[in-house]
Design a protein around this ligand. Structure first.
Ligand SMILES: Cc1cc2nc3c(=O)[nH]c(=O)nc-3n(C[C@H](O)[C@H](O)[C@H](O)COP(=O)(O)OP(=O)(O)OC[C@H]3O[C@@H](n4cnc5c(N)ncnc54)[C@H](O)[C@@H]3O)c2cc1C
Length: 382
């Protein structure tokens, strides 16, 4: 059996490796030229992601993650208002992508190939070339070409807030900050906002969710160009970065404000989510972010893609036909995707500007996706 996987990021690679393990001939077609590793940032790791990486023959290295034993709520004065014990692990996107990429033979991965459309079981590329297989997997991300062909009306839905992210290198981290974030993820809850700070490999990271009055203005550069919902970091207007850094001094405890203040080039992301009402179309299946997009609060984009890849490989192995396998895949993963998107909305509901019951303890206890994606079992890591 032969599969074409469109998209050679984390989701596409996991699907490709698992399908190879059950005897499929697989080719991954990726739009980007060259290695993707340089483009990623921080990533939450779940046990499901680690299990799938191991099964794919690309095990996650213990040294690639930093264990976090708790979520804590740090008040403005630096005191700990609440603690919830967990077994979390923070890593970097590249530390997940690289072993997956290395495990797939070079001949099975085609760079600079932009899918234009799907025609039955034939993939048609922008350079005019075509390839035909028994199955086509659309692992081509949030703006999936495959999904847009079959579900043109399904679009990511913007929430009314953004995430500012930044990282400072280990050598820049003040000792009181290092102490504050050691072994735990620190949450701060300024009015109508939420910030998380934690150690990641090589430094200390923050992600700060803030409501916005005018998204369009925030994503418009100094020359007046509107960048939609994704602005290259150097083009974020300096006055917005300066306002964010000043605000940190006003509302955050000092050790965490220092992370925001020192972050050299913050990134800006408009928060959105998306649900597909269907995942299969004949011999075509959607997987990962092409199928469902979760808000970052569940730290689960990669774990969710891993669960999709695992399910697809399992049903292709256990069912008698590809059609039966895809029907089973759709039934299981539609429910799974809808549940995790719903949970990510619940965690972000307080940030959308609607009056809600705001209890940081409730957020902290349910942060991530407990009962959907599980904490890491450290004893199982080498
Ligand atoms: C470079 C990069 C860096 C990332 N960094 C982070 C991070 O730091 N933290 C985090 O939580 N998440 C990150 N993500 C997102 C994360 O990978 C996903 O949320 C999740 O892992 C699901 O992955 P996915 O493979 O389904 O989708 P994605 O990771 O979005 O990958 C989709 C892939 O499809 C390719 N593609 C799109 N359209 C076409 C087309 N027409 N033809 C061929 N290929 C196409 C894209 O180039 C991309 O490589 C990153 C994604 C990418 C691509």
């Amino acid at each position: 059996m032969k599969a074409i996987i469109v998209g050679g990021s984390v989701g596409g690679l996991m699907a490709a490796l698992l399908l190879r393990k059950i005897g499929w001939d697989v080719t991954v077609y990726e739009r980007a030229v060259g290695d993707l590793a340089g483009r990623g940032a921080g990533l939450g790791v779940s046990q499901e992601l680690l299990d799938v990486m191991a099964r794919a023959g690309a095990p996650f290295e213990r040294s690639a993650g930093i264990a976090q034993a708790a979520h804590v709520w740090m008040a403005r004065d630096g005191s700990i208002a609440y603690e919830h014990r967990r077994n979390l692990m923070a890593s970097a996107w590249a530390r997940v992508y690289q072993p997956l990429r290395a495990a797939l033979p070079a001949a099975s991965y085609r760079h600079a190939m932009v899918l234009e459309r799907v025609d039955g079981t034939t993939a048609v590329f922008a350079d005019g070339s075509r390839d035909t297989a028994d199955l086509i997997v659309g692992a081509d991300g949030v703006y999936s070409t495959v999904r847009r062909q079959f579900l043109p009306d399904v679009q990511p839905r913007l929430a009314n807030y953004v995430a500012w992210r930044g990282i400072i290198e280990e050598k820049e981290v003040p000792p009181e900050t290092l102490e504050a974030v050691s072994g735990r993820i620190v949450f701060c809850f300024p009015p109508k906002e939420m910030l998380l700070s934690m150690r990641v490999p090589g430094g200390v990271y923050f992600i700060w969710y803030r409501g916005v009055a005018d998204l369009k203005e925030l994503f418009t550069d100094a020359s007046g160009k509107d960048h939609g919902m994704s602005i290259p970091p150097p083009l974020i207007r300096t006055e917005f970065v300066a306002e964010m850094k000043m605000h940190a001094l006003d509302v955050l405890p000092a050790p965490i404000a220092a992370v925001v203040q020192k972050a050299p080039q913050p990134l800006l992301q408009a928060i959105s989510d998306m649900e597909s009402p269907r995942l299969t179309f004949g011999r075509v299946a959607l997987l990962g972010d092409a199928a469902f997009v979760v808000r970052p609060h569940v730290a689960g984009g990669a774990g969710k893609a891993a669960m999709d890849a695992r399910c697809l490989a399992d049903v292709l192995q256990s069912e008698r036909s590809i059609e039966a396998a895809l029907a089973a895949y759709e039934q299981k993963q539609l429910d799974f995707g809808a549940r995790i998107v719903r949970h990510s909305r619940y965690l972000g509901a307080d940030l959308e500007g609607r009056p809600t019951q705001r209890d940081p303890r409730r957020i902290i206890d349910n942060y991530g996706a407990p009962n959907i994606l599980h904490d890491v079992d450290l004893s199982r890591l080498g």
